[in-house]
Design a protein around this ligand. Structure first.
Ligand code: GDG
Length: 459
């Protein structure tokens, strides 16, 4: 059977350097096997926008890049994508910064990209669009006559009707979404929200079979929970744990770890407050536990991100000021990128991971932490009920990240959990991660996209 070429499109083009994230690894094989291509922004911005896609050297598959102008980075990327869509997708309408010109730039970038793409896609290529930066791309491609199978995977949560209604152009967004043959979301809860939001706002009809009809378009919507390359990550953690520099983990000091881009969705202030509440209640743990929070910078220059940085840093300082002594600081906060290998080793050394976002599409840190554990003596995952990962990872210690007392109690339970219970939870979590890893995820999405197309309503 002939396999169609895969064309992947995402905001940022993956770099050619190893090691890459699981997503790129999972798609690399399919791209290489089908002679496919990955298309994305080079990351460069200049005075002039590119008029055609440019090949990028190196890497295991063909890559084509486009450049943006400074004004496009401001309007499309920092503006509508990250200051309107991102907050709405995470139920934070209060953080939206609606600038109508940004929306115009966002649409113009997608239109220009569609114009460049149409020149490189053949009629039976299948197109896989990633994430919220490119919501109008399928719409623009259809306008240029593309009849290809087009799928979208949204890495974020899907907004509930009242959130989506706060977008300046909710009906238009619904129209963009309807141009895909397949919309993949992270969780079943997101699928329910998709059906509810589109029905409420755009009078879509949601059938029983995962098909949502909007006007004259029918789209299939389903959950494909993304994951990691579980085996690869587990092996990396074993090797890297052995080579952790001495002194990073002290025998009489339990390591609690958090790893999150410094984003307001990740619940860092709430996490720090919960850790402080735990220290207040459990003086016996003073000097015997420390929280290592790794939070690389992200989307700097977007106002809400500057605010969360200030708040997080002030809080870490205040908590350390309150509890530290000359031999111990309870929080080590690192606002820098840490090498992936080092992260894997640190996860394995950590007795507890705090993954407590207020809202998260999936959260791969939760999965990496579990994959990295020693099955004979595993650590404990404390997981927000509002991370997409909570739907699959029922054996984590699930918490409401807003409930500071509850999270503080969960930190204590995790630290004192008997080995048998830790092993039982770890075993079940790992079973799930091995059965549904990132290779399973990409195969499931592509099988659905290559399957029968939803039949289109006649009028
Ligand atoms: C979006 C959605 C969804 C973090 N700091 C460092 C570092 N990381 C790595 C982690 C993990 C990845 O970045 C973060 O992935 P998450 O899933 O946790 O979160 P987002 O970045 O918000 O990703 C999310 C995801 O897309 C996939 O669909 O799960 O819900 O928001 O792999 O390990 N890696 C290195 N140094 C760091 O300092 N090397």
């Amino acid at each position: 059977m002939k396999t169609e070429r895969l064309i992947c499109v995402s905001n940022r083009l993956p770099t050619g350097d190893a090691p890459s994230g699981g997503l790129v690894v999972a798609l690399a094989d399919v791209l290489a096997e089908t002679g496919g291509t990955w298309v994305g922004w080079s990351g460069a911005s200049a005075g002039t926008a590119s008029a055609a896609l440019a090949p990028v050297e190196g890497g295991p598959f063909r890559r084509l890049a486009f450049d943006l102008t400074d004004a496009e980075v401001a309007g499309y990327y920092a503006g509508y994508a990250n200051a309107v869509l991102w907050p709405i997708l995470h139920a934070r309408a209060d953080l939206m910064d609606i600038v109508h010109e940004d929306l115009a730039v966002y649409k113009a970038v997608n239109r220009r990209l569609a114009g460049m793409l149409i020149d490189v896609i053949a009629p039976d290529d299948i197109v896989w669009v990633h994430d919220f930066h490119l919501l109008p791309l399928a719409w623009e491609l259809r306008a240029l006559g593309a009849a290809n199978r087009i799928g979208l995977f949204l890495h974020t949560p899907f907004p509930a009707p009242q959130d989506m209604a706060a977008l300046p152009n909710a009906g238009e967004v619904a129209g963009w979404l309807s141009q895909h043959d397949l919309v993949g979301l992270q969780t079943e809860a997101d699928v329910r929200k998709f059906r509810a939001s589109l029905s409420a706002l755009a009078e879509a009809r949601a059938g029983e079979d995962g098909i949502v009809e909007l006007g004259r378009r029918a789209t299939r919507v389903a959950a494909f929970p993304i994951s990691i390359d579980t085996r690869e990550f587990a092996e990396l953690a074993v090797a890297e744990h052995r080579s952790l520099p001495p002194g990073i983990v002290k025998p009489d000091r339990a390591l609690v770890i958090g790893v999150d881009r410094l984003d307001y969705t990740k619940g860092l202030p709430q996490r720090f407050r919960a850790f402080a509440a735990f220290l207040e209640r459990h003086e016996d743990w003073h000097r015997h536990v420390s929280l290592l929070q790794i939070s690389p910078p992200t989307r700097e220059g977007v106002a809400a991100y500057d605010a969360i940085r200030d708040e997080t840093e002030a809080l870490a300082g205040r908590i350390n000021g309150q509890f530290a002594d000359i031999t111990w600081a309870p929080i080590r906060y690192i606002h820098r990128h840490v090498a992936r290998e080092r992260l894997a080793g640190l996860y394995r050394a950590a007795r507890v991971a705090l993954v407590t976002p207020l809202m998260d599409g999936m959260n791969l840190v939760a999965k990496e932490y579990v994959a990295a554990q020693d099955p004979a003596d595993p650590g404990v995952l404390v997981l927000s009920q509002f991370a997409g990962a909570a739907e699959q990872m029922q054996d984590a210690l699930q918490v409401n990240p807003h409930d500071i007392e509850q999270v503080a109690a969960a930190i204590h339970s995790a630290l004192v959990m008997p080995p048998r219970e830790r092993r039982r939870r770890q075993e079940r979590l790992m079973e799930g991660l091995l059965a549904q890893d990132v290779h399973w995820w990409s195969a499931a999405f592509l099988t659905a996209l290559r399957g029968p197309r939803p039949s289109q309503p006649s009028a």
